[in-house]
Design a protein around this ligand. Sequence first.
Ligand SMILES: [Zn+2]
Length: 413
Amino acid sequence: MRGRLGFAVACVIASAVLVSPRAGAQRTEATGQGQGGPSETVKALVERLELERYKAMIKGLTQFGDRRQGTDRNRKAVDWIEAQLKSYGCTNTERIKYDYQPPPPRDPNAPRPGGAGAQGSQPATAVGGGRPRGIRTKTGVNTDPNAQPDTKVRALDSQESTPGAREEVYCTKIGTSHPEEMYIIGGHMDGIGWGEAANDDGSGTALVMEVARVLSSPDVRTERSVRFVLWNNEETGLNGSRAYVEQRQGLQGKEDPAGSGRYPEPKWLGMITHDMMLFDHGMPRADGTMSKEQRPEADVNIEFQSNSKFAAEAQGLAWAFERANEKYATDYPASVGSHMTNTDSSSFMDAAPSLSLRENERGTQIGSGWDPQWHQPTDLYTTYSDADFRLGLNAAQTTLAAVAELAGARVQK
Ligand SMILES: [Zn+2]
C-alpha cells in the first residue's frame, strides 16, 4: 500500500477508522468534531492561548539552563513544572519513577548510523524512513562547555549528570462521561548542548503546559480524559517515556478500586508528543549557512510512523490534527508526514495511535541540519524571533483544538 495512491486510499480508510466507535464524531456535536466547520466552543478555547504567555513559559523553563537529566537543575525544573500545573488547577499530579544507568561509552571510531553528521552527502534513507533531499549540514551534540560564551549559562549548565533515580511528572483532566479513555499529550523537559534547551524542547514543554492550563480551567469539561506528561531522559534514548509504557501499559482501562469510577490509567486513545516547535527557516544554503528569516512557507509538521502497529489509526489521528489546524490555527498551516521518529511518541507507536508535532520533519529535515541550534549552545531564548514563537503557538492551537474536539470539550456557561 506504500506510494501516493496507496497513501490516499489509506487516508480514506484511516479517517473511516477514526470516525469509528473509538473516536465517534457524532458523539460531541458541541465541539463540531471532524468534518464540520469550526465550533464556537473550540474557537473560544483556542483564544485562551496567547503568544506572550507561551513565550513567558519557555522563558520560565530556561531559568534551569539545559535541564540535563540527572542534575539538580533538571530536578528543580520537574518541581517547578509540577507547581505550575497545580496552579492551573491540574492538581492530581503524579510521578513516574525509574532508574537510569547510561550505556557504556560509544567507540568514537565506530561508523555513525545512517552516516549522520557527514557534511554534504545525503544517505539513501533518513532515520525514520524518509528519503532525504537537498543540502545537508553537519549535526551533532555540543559537549564543549567553552562553546557557550555566556558565562552565566555556562555556570548554570556546569553540574555533571549522575546515574540513578529519575522522576517525571504528569497530571490528568478527568473525563466526565468517559473517564476510562484518554488522550496523552507530551513534551520532553530535559535538554542537552550547553544552551537553555529553549527550542529542544522548552517549546514543546511550554506547549503542553499551556494546553493543560486552558483545559484545566474550572469552566471546562471534557467527556474523555486528557493527560499532560513532561517526559524526562528523552535525550538519552526516550528512557522516561519507555518507563511510562513499561509501568502503565498493562493498567489501561482498569477501574481501581473496582466500582469506584476511578481509572488510574485510562485506555490510550492516542499519544501526541511535541518536540522542537519554533525554527522553520528552510534548508541550509550550499555554503552551510541558514536564513536569518523564517521561510514564508513555514508550517507545523505532524508525523505518524507508517511502519507502526497502529499506523492506520495514527494516520487518521494525523488528519484530524491537520483538519483542526485548518479550522483553528491563526497563522500557519500543517502538513502530514509518515516518518515519525526519534522522540517520545516512538515509545508508544506500537501500543496506541501516536504522533509527533515539530517545526520540521525529524528524519529528512532536522536530521539534515535544518535547525543549526539543535543540541547547540545557541539554543537560547534570545535566539528566536516572534515569528518563530508564533509558529510554536500555532502548534499549540492545533493540538488544543484537535484534543478539544476528540475529548469532547465543553465550556460551562
Ligand atoms: Zn527533543
